[in-house]
Design a protein around this ligand. Sequence first.
Ligand code: FE
Length: 338
Amino acid sequence: MSAAGAVREPLHDIAHLGHVELLTPKPAESLWYFADILGMQAVRTEGQSVYLRGYGDYATWTLKLTEAKAPGVGCIGWRATSEAALERRAAAIGLSGLGTGWTDGDFACGRTYGFRDPDGHRMEIYFDERKYAPPEHLRSTLKNLPMKYPLSGVGVRRTDHLAVLCRDVAKNRAFAGDVLGLRLREQVVYENGTREIGSWMSSNAIHHELAYVVDIKGGHGRLHHFSLWVDERDEVLRAADIFRENGIFIESGPSKHNNSQAFYLYSYEPGGNRVEIYTSGFFVFAPDFEPVVWDETSRGTGVYWGGALPDSFLNYATPDIDAEIVERKAAALVFDPR
Ligand code: FE
């Protein structure tokens, strides 16, 4: 019998990562990146936000782009498995002291319970959502595809995951595991198992929907990257060509992670957020899957085929704390009362 046999009954109250809000100081340019370059469909504009979707997303929308002073992640939405599951998780989150209360929900979503994770990332959970109903010109000839494959752009199928930074990985991983019910898939733990650098977690068979990685600059509530799925490695390679042709900065890849085994490409969207085009990660079906732990030696550079990730991959996240410090210094010079 595996060690997992000794743990408590798993929670299945969260079905999947539902939607992610990204903040951008350059809304028009960011919309161009997601709609024209990645081939996502904009379905609604409301206030300072645009709602988008990948062609394979079943929900009306999965990405919300919102204008803001600085880039970063806004609200991270989790879809519950049922109304009863939503009630159970809302009660559990409320008991944890991190709940922010019920709202009527975002566009095309029903009643929603808001909360923050221990690091301060804004999250919400909901069950009721409106399925995507394509206009006639976007209707697929495949009865089981929510929208036709885009005529141009990368053609991302769906939202896959996001990686956020936090001061205390163990604390946030415990919250996501114990209160939300996400299962731990892989970890990076250094210094003889005493320093948790990162934890990768999921509510379903997808390898990970949420990763917590330590914020080496001591920030709070920051985003490392947001990731979108394509079906084939060839599509990742094609994305790299499309990025190069259109002035999109490629930070790393195409290459292969050791953690998750996935094939990846990291770019920065014009607002400054790091966006990953991702495929081929393995799925986890076993209820007693034992988390894989990597240490300094076994992890290496984190790149399966060798080579190292650039320094920016470790040092840059959104909002960019370094840029804020430079801005504050400049403002202090301008407004110095002396
Ligand atoms: Fe990723």
